[in-house]
Design a protein around this ligand. Structure first.
Ligand code: NI
Ligand code: MN
Length: 229
């Protein structure tokens, strides 16, 4: 059974049954919530980036270069990573899925901004997204940074565990995350992208109350690992 570890903000790692290690939105060194620093991360096979903002991407390129992991993101971000010396990239785009050796991943829409951290020219400003992973028989959705989208209803029936931003201000807040849950119908919701800065301060227990019996809310502290089931 795959395991998920939360590293604070929107950074998670996934370990699948076949031993593949995946990191989504690596932001360790400047992340005030992170339980680890980037150089403490050992083996990584894949790095998935929902978009290029600092708080999702800052450690992606150095981590990919050090570990040899394949960096997976939109075509524009993957291309930018190549110009920065990342050897293994896998470009994809919104609405497209691919059968990786560990399972299938589809890139989902997100309504948000897209400036890429580290690109001084601004030429790589691009569309943000999220990821729908199908690993070890389970559907895991990392929404990325997004507003509530009516299109989330198309994910219904495919998601067991949903990582949803609740911070408000830059993304959905708690009310819209509950509304997203009504569209997606996951069994478990893990709140992310909150309490990193004052601007996105939220009470996850209040979010759990708001959610009621729509889904089980799993509140994870940085460093916590749970089995995906
Ligand atoms: Ni962002
Ligand atoms: Mn963000």
């Amino acid at each position: 059974m795959a395991k998920l570890t939360f590293h604070g903000h929107a950074t998670v790692s996934i370990e699948t049954d076949d031993g593949t290690r995946i990191i989504v939105d690596p932001w360790f060194d400047e992340n005030p919530l992170s339980d680890v620093k980037a150089d403490e991360i050992g083996k990584v096979d894949y790095i998935f980036c929902t978009h290029g903002h600092t708080d999702h991407f800052a450690d992606a390129i150095p981590l990919a270069k050090r570990t040899g992991a394949t960096l997976v993101s939109t075509f524009e971000i993957a291309s930018f990573a190549e110009t920065q010396g990342v050897e293994n990239v896998h470009p994809m785009h919104i609405g497209g899925g691919f059968d990786f050796p560990f399972g299938r991943v589809k890139m989902t829409p997100a309504l948000h901004g897209g400036k890429v951290h580290g690109d001084e020219t601004g030429a790589f400003t691009t569309v943000p997204g999220g990821f729908l992973f199908k690993v070890d028989g389970l559907g895991l959705y990392h929404a990325g940074d997004t507003a509530l989208l009516g299109d989330m209803r198309f994910l219904e029936g495919q998601v067991d565990v949903a990582l949803l931003p609740i911070g408000d201000n830059f993304t959905m807040g708690p009310d819209d995350a509950v509304r997203a849950t009504e569209l997606i119908h996951p069994r478990v919701v893990i709140p992310i992208h909150y309490n990193t800065w004052d601007l996105i301060a939220q009470d996850p227990e209040a979010f759990r109350k708001k959610m009621g019996d729509r889904a089980r809310v799993e509140i994870m502290a940085p460093g916590d690992t749970i089995p995906l089931s």
